[in-house]
Design a protein. Structure first.
Lengths: 289, 218
């Protein structure tokens, strides 16, 4: 901190040139020692900012538009070619940031989504038999986030992995290996049927168990690239199912999300399905911090 | 408003009055000794050069906020259920052989904060195995702590077999290092009157966990 401690001139004494100069030399010297303690609290504000006061680089949102619009997705949508969540008019629900954005290192990008499950159709049977249904890892749909620079070529967002062929327990599946860089934009939705008894081929209705029991869920994805940069403009949500959890039986075990959608049929031989409405997607890009 | 520098006394042909000199000079002193304010700094004097991130100090000089995104997973020493047999496969859940009860911290992060508000968000997804559960429903809870004080906790806990979780909250913070922690808890083993929970069966698994930590300055 700069601090001047010299004393006043005293009335009746002669003011020498040297003493007078010293007082101004003190000012000159201490001016070079200025720091934050010399400045009053809150003395620097928007007045001094060079027109860069906003934290927000870009923000936008998208939704299914018509509140009553619903869309039914079936297990045919397996994970290697997931279905894009759609909006009113049965067109893809795409969030457009308005222009190509550059995510600089240390910028903060946050994307949020929310959706409502209105129905998951099952026929009358509530007990399935068959090994594919014996999923102690749960039965669920998966929703995750993709982004694009041009609206036509899409990739999973960073820290969200892709499904690939994997053999577990001697059976070939398409799986997503769970790690610290593969499910950061993944949202599971529980299927109505859940396997409840290891080894006894028993599946019962669990959650939610009828069309009147609406289920709302949502999630978020955060990215602060260090040190890489990214460009993006569009976001969309995709859905696949049915999925289940597995591990590879190793020590330590490695978890996988396995796609059993193509094999999943209810006792009457029809695909499982899920109906969604009121899907929301919003993104906010903050400048680096 | 701070003192404004101007051409002061003495001037040529004026008799220097000691009180006038002292008064003028002391005004300079007092301004410099902690009295500088916005009127001493020109408009737009802080530009891009001052906003650049400083990799040496791992912080930005931008006077708006500081942020961090922290990605982590469930503690590896609790991810123990290992079985690839069809019909018994599940995530690498924790078991009651590994988990007893109580809060387990999965991750923590420190942030050099300035006085202001700290906003914390946490996201992820959780699987509760209901397979062969002697006592159900079981409950998973998640908690965000700030300097080891619980700040955000899931109300009631998660009981669905699988689903997403999201927590958000804010708290005032003082200048200094703030430690943000994330911890989890699960129902202890139960019984249905006849059978006890098997200690080797899969119980809880969570993944896809990220925390967004934003410190907005006062």
């Amino acid at each position: 901190m700069a601090s001047i401690l010299n004393s006043n001139f005293v009335a009746g004494e002669t003011a020498e040139v040297a003493a007078t100069n010293t007082k101004f030399t003190d000012v000159q010297t201490q001016t070079g020692q200025l720091n934050d303690e010399n400045v009053r609290s809150e003395s620097i504000d928007l007045w001094h900012m060079d027109a860069t006061a906003s934290m927000v680089v870009a923000s936008a949102s998208q939704n299914t538009e018509a509140p009553g619009y619903t869309k039914t997705y079936t297990t045919g949508a397996h994970a290697l070619s997931p279905l894009v969540l759609q909006k009113n008019g049965n067109v893809d629900m795409v969030l457009d940031m308005g222009s190509l954005q550059t995510l600089e290192q240390y910028d903060v990008l946050r994307v949020y989504w929310n959706l409502e499950v209105t129905a998951q159709v099952l026929s009358t049977g509530n007990v399935y038999s068959g090994s594919v249904y014996e999923a102690a890892g749960g039965l669920f749909w998966g929703v995750w986030l993709q982004w694009s620079t041009n609206g036509s070529t899409w990739t999973d967002v960073p820290n969200q992995g892709s499904f690939s062929g994997t053999t577990i327990g001697g059976v070939a599946y398409n799986t997503l290996q769970v790690s610290n860089t593969t499910t950061k934009a993944f949202t599971p939705i529980p299927h109505v049927a859940m396997y409840t008894d290891i080894g006894n081929h028993d599946i019962v209705y669990r959650y939610p168990h009828n069309a009147n029991e609406l289920y709302t869920t949502g999630s978020a994805w955060f990215l602060r690239p260090t040190p890489s940069t990214h460009t993006y403009r569009y976001f969309r949500l995709v859905l696949a199912g049915l999925l289940t959890g597995m591990n590879n039986g190793a020590s330590p075990p490695v978890s996988h999300i396995a796609d059993i959608g193509p094999a999943f049929l209810d006792p009457q031989g029809t695909d499982a399905s899920i109906t969604l409405r009121r899907c929301y997607l919003a993104a906010m890009h903050l400048k680096g911090a | 408003m701070s003192y404004i520098w101007k051409e002061g006394e003495p001037r040529a042909n004026n008799v220097v009055d000691v009180d006038g000199f002292n008064s003028e000079y002391n005004a300079y002193k007092s301004m410099l000794n902690g009295g500088l304010d916005r009127d001493n700094l020109p408009q737009t004097s802080i530009g891009n050069a001052e906003f650049v991130y400083d990799s040496n100090t791992a912080r930005t000089s931008t006077p708006f906020y500081r942020a961090d995104i922290h990605h982590f997973e469930m503690n590896s020493d609790y991810r123990v259920y290992s079985n690839s047999t069809l019909g018994q496969h599940s995530f690498a859940n924790t078991t009651y052989a590994a988990y007893n009860s109580g809060w387990i911290e999965a991750a923590s992060e420190t942030l050099q904060c300035k006085e202001g508000m700290l906003q914390i968000e946490a996201r992820g997804w959780v699987h509760l195995s209901i397979a062969t559960a002697a006592y159900y429903p079981r409950v998973a809870k998640f908690q965000v702590t700030v300097d080891n004080v619980p700040l955000i906790e899931t109300v009631g806990g998660y009981i669905a077999p699988i689903g997403a979780f999201y927590l958000v909250g804010s708290t005032p913070v003082a200048e200094g290092t703030v430690r943000v922690g994330f911890r989890w808890k699960y129902s202890p083993s139960g019984a249905d009157g006849t059978n006890n929970d098997a200690v080797g069966y899969p119980q809880l698994f969570f993944a896809g966990t990220s925390m967004s930590i934003l410190n907005r300055f006062r």
